[in-house]
Ligand binder design. Structure first.
Ligand code: DX5
Ligand code: ZN
Length: 217
């Protein structure tokens, strides 16, 4: 059974009390801070930017990823590597040469991943599976928290999972991930879960209570 890892989506955090939020999430033993970086072009929203990244980087030694929902990510991956990102996800849908961009990330000594939109098929990206450490499968259209899960993506997840038998990448899901989805998807090969308003943020329970309970699923 693969170990689950949890990635709080920091665009959902309360930025009026960021140091406390980070401390509580660390005490809940989350694994990777998930940073949704948006440019208003690839996705019709902005969410987080470099200053937000720096503010969180300065307050934690935990792993941080960046989910680059930006056009032409190849121009910016070294910037985020230098800011201290441990994992950098690009959308191949918006990169003319994803292999060279992924190699730039690796050359910086960082882990790399591709994030694929709900409408992007495995057939069009499977060659990239040979160079990635992570596959981030969007289970909502990227850009906004609080959306509904797109059930048709499950077939794509099952297809991607077949490649993990011989290739060393891990599958992560991002978008409307509820506790029920964590239980369901961990059974079909998903190891990483981006947690936003569907499981972790704006709840009655503490982050620690929630993470302790979903660890058992
Ligand atoms: C979607 C974002 C995530 C996530 C938020 O683009 O990457 O932050 O959807 O979590 P939910 O969907 O549970 O509010
Ligand atoms: Zn994301």
């Amino acid at each position: 059974m693969n170990e689950k890892f949890f990635c709080p989506s920091m665009m959902c955090a309360d930025f009026t009390k960021l140091p406390e939020e980070i401390k509580s999430l660390e005490e809940a033993d989350i694994d990777i801070f998930h940073m949704d970086i948006m440019d208003g072009v690839f996705v019709p929203n902005f969410a987080l930017g470099t200053e937000d990244f720096k503010a969180i980087r300065a307050n934690t030694d935990k792993l941080m990823d960046v989910h680059l929902m930006i056009s032409n990510p190849g121009q910016y991956v070294e910037l985020f590597a230098d800011l201290g990102a441990d994992i950098i996800y690009i959308h191949p849908e918006t990169d003319q040469h994803p292999i060279s961009t992924l190699n730039k990330i690796k050359a910086k000594g960082k882990k790399c991943g591709i994030a694929i939109n709900p409408e992007t098929s495995i057939e069009t990206v499977k060659e990239l599976f040979h160079v990635i450490d992570y596959l981030l499968v969007m289970t909502v259209s990227p850009g906004f928290a609080g959306q509904s899960y797109l059930e048709f993506v499950n077939d794509k997840i099952k297809e991607a999972a077949k490649y993990t038998d011989e290739l060393p990448f891990k599958i992560v899901v991002d978008g409307a991930i509820s506790p029920a989805k964590i239980e369901e998807l961990s059974k079909i090969g998903v190891e990483g879960f981006v947690l936003g308003t569907s499981t972790l943020f704006n709840k009655e329970e503490s982050y620690k209570e929630i993470v302790d309970s979903i660890q058992q699923l």
